[in-house]
Design a protein around this ligand. Sequence first.
Ligand SMILES: *Cc1c(COP(=O)(O)O)cnc(C)c1O
Length: 496
Amino acid sequence: MDAKTVSPAVRARQSRDRLKLLFEEGRPGRRGVDFPPLDVPDAAEAIEPELARDGVEGMPELSEPEVVRHFTRLSMLNYAVDRGLYPLGSCTMKYNPKVNEWAARLPGFARAHPYAPDALSQGSLELIHDLEELLATITGMDAVTLQPAAGAHGELAGIMLIRACLESRGDARKVILVPDSAHGTNPATASFSGYEVEEVPSNAKGCVDLDALRRRVDGTVAALMVTNPNTLGVFEEDIAEIAKILHDAGAMLYMDGANMNAMIGITRPGDAGVDVMHLNLHKTFSTPHGGGGPGAGAVAVKKHLEPFLPVPRVAGTLGAYRLDYDLPQSIGKVRSFYGNFGMFVRAYAYIRALGATGLREAGLTAILNANYLRRALEGVLTLPYASPSYHEVVFADHDLEKETGVKTLDIAKRLMDYGFHPPTVYFPLIVHGALMIEPTETESREELDAFVAAIKAIVEEARTDPELVKTAPHTTPLRRLDETGAARKPKLRFMP
Ligand SMILES: *Cc1c(COP(=O)(O)O)cnc(C)c1O
């Protein structure tokens, strides 16, 4: 563990080996594959000589083991949920069961063509139909579209539905309200959709301030977008009252349900009066995510929004499902074809494997794990909100910073030396130096205890050797990065 016990020479060699480019390995003449002699005419002879190249300059020539080792080394530099705890708050980096992958790779699904006629696609259509129904039941909503490709994309579709519905009533409105504890994508979505965005403050409990909401809601407000549980990990306990305040003024309630893993099987947004919400299948329903996709941001709506859902929708009955494009009030398509179908198969497999009791247990365990961490770290880090946690717990750094000068970023970097992926940092913005930790339900008590021990050790180090923490990480191939510089002037070559 101690960085000082590894000699600099050893470290230099390790990092050089790990970070070499393919272009820096190999030798001219080295081959990874041996082709047998051609027993057909050489197609290269058919190419116009001036179009043909006689070689590619600088192409690395490598043996098979060099290639395999290169890519295996690279894959090992990557921290992954298959290697250990990945406590990125708000992101729900839970373990993705491998049975989902088996299901998604069944040839009937994996090789289905999006243009195949309905008659030859009954299995896929049935899966879409049944998954929509399962998600409607889980959320307490009336209808679901699986088309959006991500959570933020689901938000956009959901807000388009609200707009289409209000406009069909001749009641176009201008403003969308967003609490200050919302996920950042919520105000971005509202603004991208052409609405004016107004912020609603949180109260001391970390929930929407109802009086402030009552004062602001009027005939200009189209909707409130609320993240629940919110980015403080706090459940909006007045969600039904929030819905009522909006409905009384002819406005709607949008719920960001990306954190549904803390509610699943326990409570249903539809029962609380939510009009439209999205789910992140790639979080709550364990389809792999990160690195840019693919995702699936299913949108669930109440009856009054159903006529506006994107086309096509799966209609018909078992054995005779079809894709229905004939929906005159639909907002149209929001994604090519039908969405990321492979994600639907994985989410469906997950739901069917767990069943109703298993899903509820997953929800309860997500809450238990977050509260376990909260209890274990209370008094070690600063807890800015006293409300109980749901799926995640948010700490602040100001006490430790005042005492030692060590900040949230330093703790996050030092955690890498202890073999953990850092939690989400500096978000939500309403918490000073936020450390937003979401353990998820798939972690064992031993893994959580190891994480707690690492945080405690780092806080102790902050008191005894603050420089060690402030200059971390010490055991990773690259040390502390200039993050602004990395974004502005990316250096794509590791070694000179
Ligand atoms: C992850 C997340 C989103 C955005 O989802 P993407 O799939 O990344 O677009 C929105 N809201 C909340 C609360 C989230 O956690």
